[in-house]
Design a protein around this ligand. Structure first.
Ligand code: ADP
Length: 262
């Protein structure tokens, strides 16, 4: 059958209005509305893991004489706590990224190092799922920006590629440069994303399958962080995906002219 390749571009005029210049009442109200929605979502998202923790503790209380059950529930508590910690960290990160008073580093950043560090960070999670993450470097572009934020963005993409692949799968991170633009592509052959979901996945807390995201320790904030990091660097992030074929996320950033940072 016909194959459609969908390309979603997220630009400063994307789905969220937090970046809108509030120069008229309608826009100001929309920004206000987006803030309120975020606050509502955050409290909802926090209540879920806290409720789970409380329930797990209650169950242990009731069956405290069975040591095997206690151990099993303690493990679940630890897993839920990890997710809660990640959620809190990401909420703080996203509030920071959206604040207009963000002070960012603006240094030359070697993207080969960013890719290597992101892969390194994702290694443990990948090994647990027997997924091989490799890199394919055809250029060594340098961009201006915040190294830590860029590593976090690429790491989020690699973590997702691992989480949404079958066990034993392969993930590739490709680094290239074309016409002064650096491109980092994270390629997986996993479950893919339905066309109708592709433009929504960059929204905060949007997941195509909340149960699966929860199972993998996801928070629904990863891609929204990637988008904001891209925006702060005047870059873009794009997705190409097909269900059951795989996904490719590409982060594009301005590359420095050669020799400028030597
Ligand atoms: P999560 O923490 O749930 O992974 P993200 O913001 O990182 O949140 O991603 C949002 C949603 O986009 C995910 O819940 C998942 O449905 C989908 N998604 C992201 N990356 C991939 C991928 N590589 N393959 C398939 N689906 C993905």
């Amino acid at each position: 059958g016909a194959v459609t390749h969908v390309h979603v571009r997220v630009t400063p005029l994307g789905d969220e209005l937090a970046f809108a210049v509030a120069n008229d009442n309608t826009e100001m109200r929309a920004v206000e509305q987006a803030r309120r929605e975020f606050a509502t979502n955050v409290s909802h998202e926090l209540k879920t893991p806290v409720g789970a923790l409380s329930l797990l503790a209650e169950t242990i209380e009731e069956g405290a004489d069975d040591p095997e059950m206690v151990r099993q529930f303690a493990r679940k508590i630890r897993k839920e706590s990890r997710r809660l910690t990640k959620l809190i960290q990401e909420i703080i990160e996203i509030s920071r990224l959206q604040g207009d008073d963000t002070v960012r580093d603006h240094q030359p950043v070697h993207l080969t190092e960013v890719v290597a560090e992101a892969i390194d960070g994702a290694r443990l999670g990948a090994e647990q799922r027997r997924i091989e993450v490799s890199s394919s470097v055809s250029a060594e572009p340098v961009t201006m920006g915040d190294r830590d934020l860029l590593v976090m963005a690429v790491r989020n993409l690699v973590d997702n590629a691992v989480a949404y692949s079958e066990e034993g799968g392969k993930v590739t991170v490709a680094l290239a440069e074309d016409d002064g633009v650096a491109a980092i592509s994270v390629i997986d052959h996993g479950i893919g994303i339905d066309q109708k979901d592709q433009e929504r996945i960059f929204e905060r807390f949007y997941r195509t399958d909340p149960a699966r995201s929860r199972q993998t320790g996801g928070t629904g904030l990863g891609l929204s962080i990637v988008k904001h990091v891209a925006l702060q660097h005047a870059g873009t992030v794009e997705v190409w995906s097909q269900p059951n074929v795989g996904s490719t996320f590409t982060l594009r950033l301005q590359a420095q002219e050669e020799g400028m940072t030597e």
